[in-house]
Write a new protein. Sequence first.
Lengths: 367, 367
Amino acid sequence: MSEGRADPIVTDALIIGAGPVGLFQVFELGLQDIRAHVVDALPHPGGQCTELYADKPIYDIPALPVATGRELVERLLQQIAPFAPQLHLGQEVASLQKLAGDDGRTVFAVETTKGLRFHARTVFIAAGVGAFVPRRLKLDGIEAFEDSQLFYRAPSDEAFAGRHLVIVGGEDAAVDAAIRCAEPGLNKAASVTLVHRRDTFAAPAAQLARLQLLRDSGALRVVAGQPTAIEHDGGVLKALQVDTPDDGTQSLPLDALLVCWGLSPKLGPIAKWGVALERRQVIVDTKKFETSEPGIYAVGDVNTYTGKRKLILCGFHEATLAAFGAAARLRPDDSHQTLYTTSSPKLRKLLGVAPPDDAASSGTTGG
Amino acid sequence: MSEGRADPIVTDALIIGAGPVGLFQVFELGLQDIRAHVVDALPHPGGQCTELYADKPIYDIPALPVATGRELVERLLQQIAPFAPQLHLGQEVASLQKLAGDDGRTVFAVETTKGLRFHARTVFIAAGVGAFVPRRLKLDGIEAFEDSQLFYRAPSDEAFAGRHLVIVGGEDAAVDAAIRCAEPGLNKAASVTLVHRRDTFAAPAAQLARLQLLRDSGALRVVAGQPTAIEHDGGVLKALQVDTPDDGTQSLPLDALLVCWGLSPKLGPIAKWGVALERRQVIVDTKKFETSEPGIYAVGDVNTYTGKRKLILCGFHEATLAAFGAAARLRPDDSHQTLYTTSSPKLRKLLGVAPPDDAASSGTTGG
């Protein structure tokens, strides 16, 4: 360990991914009396459910005839609340290393892109199709300006106040940001230029109407074109060059550049963790959903096995058997029989709810 | 085929068991555009959820923080409604035979205890711990009176009106029946005698209070004792003999005998269907949850495989992969890729709901 760094967080279980399956993993570990930390690249829990279909109906979650992605995540958060998971959001896992722990048992040393470190006895990869990270604008020399003048998400409401802002993108996020920064108020930018490959935007009708009003009033302008280069001078980003449909080039002066090209999943460093992969999926068994590395489990869309279907409800099953697997690893001397929340005083205590009614639970089939 | 019998019901899929997993099997088959018939021994859908824990909370159904058994079943019935399953209740599967169909493909000939016959291309055993059948009173010669003077469930509200009724049992069902038949009204029995091994009953406090009032008023009497024999004469059941705790014997005259000893699961004839078993569980693979007999699948508590946990949520996963397996068997030339209810017009049409919003479904991660 290097000097001057905070001690790592020691935990029985670390879950990578706060999508629906990662969240339900918290629940199943909780029923095994194992508390978990969860890391996710997004700034909020829910993964794809929140990011890609927050408002779209899902029909195939058992016993939920219909729920939006957002509702599904809210329900799961409510369900896992008794187990008080510690969520570490907005950061990806950067590295994972196997160590021999103090007692000779394996420990996984994990570090995130924000420098958070864990020593975990078991790791659950619930990373879906990978960490959702912003699709980046790939232009020579642009990386140097990230987080100073180049942003993929507005760092705050007032971040662009009084600045000359160029926004790149054609969907909700770009349209919303353009409206927010062009409308009168304390957060108003000095100028707003919205760049998209064509003058057509995908957003709710009400937002499109507001956008049009702002264009008509001259509060923002739209440029149809593709970004091709940046102009900078003395370490300061000065302008974005755009190829326009009429084969021209336009230079758009700016103080700040906001790129809203959505998110793209990145499997990232998982490939370097030493777990066996097949076509970029993590290979698991169907007994414990354990990877080739004992103590590391993989659940949900990230894994593969014979018969695998990438469905949320399958991930729920996988998380359940993985929790039993982890319990057997962490407490090899326990019995690990299947207990039921309808009848087990132990599970009910873990859930923080009233114990089962004795009269009702005894001899229900007998006379 | 014997003369004079109705033609068998021809179906792509027959599900044995209408518990939560059997019901969800309907849903997953529906998403594969396969319609199903369902047979269950109980007179209502839900299996154990309805029979054993209708009012007890279940906490481990994913995204349902808490639901009673009844609520879970209601939600599943609502979810499968678009696929209009045909439920055949109150009957067990008596026999299953493999036939070669007209086109050389395998057909399973199934007959129920009520004489209903099916020719099914695929069969799903979702029988849980077996068919729930009433625990029977085993006394010499008693079977002859079943459904004439001996009952395990009241055939109708007025069945015992004006008759001398003996009820055997010590829980809710026995207490409820005793109250119903002893209270004033059109359905009142001539006399009601409630027999239980001891003078203690397990029922809600309100019911116990009503029972006590009826005892105090002389409208019913309680006899503590164990049934040991019946008395009959000329094909008519006359009395039940009971051994009492004081080592005496009492003869209880009767017109009708209602035994409420609850239900007991019976695996029944499944053992004779030629599918491989291990400790009375049906062995399945984890790819399609298919048994040793191709075309017969087993899902939920009835099956076994490495890692098996008898949990409802695991059964949901099993039913899903079994449905994919059946689809591949019934339509070998199709692609059988995984479709999503959030984005697939085909699935949305099968569900009878609006197609996905094109604008929202296209390029959600793109610019």
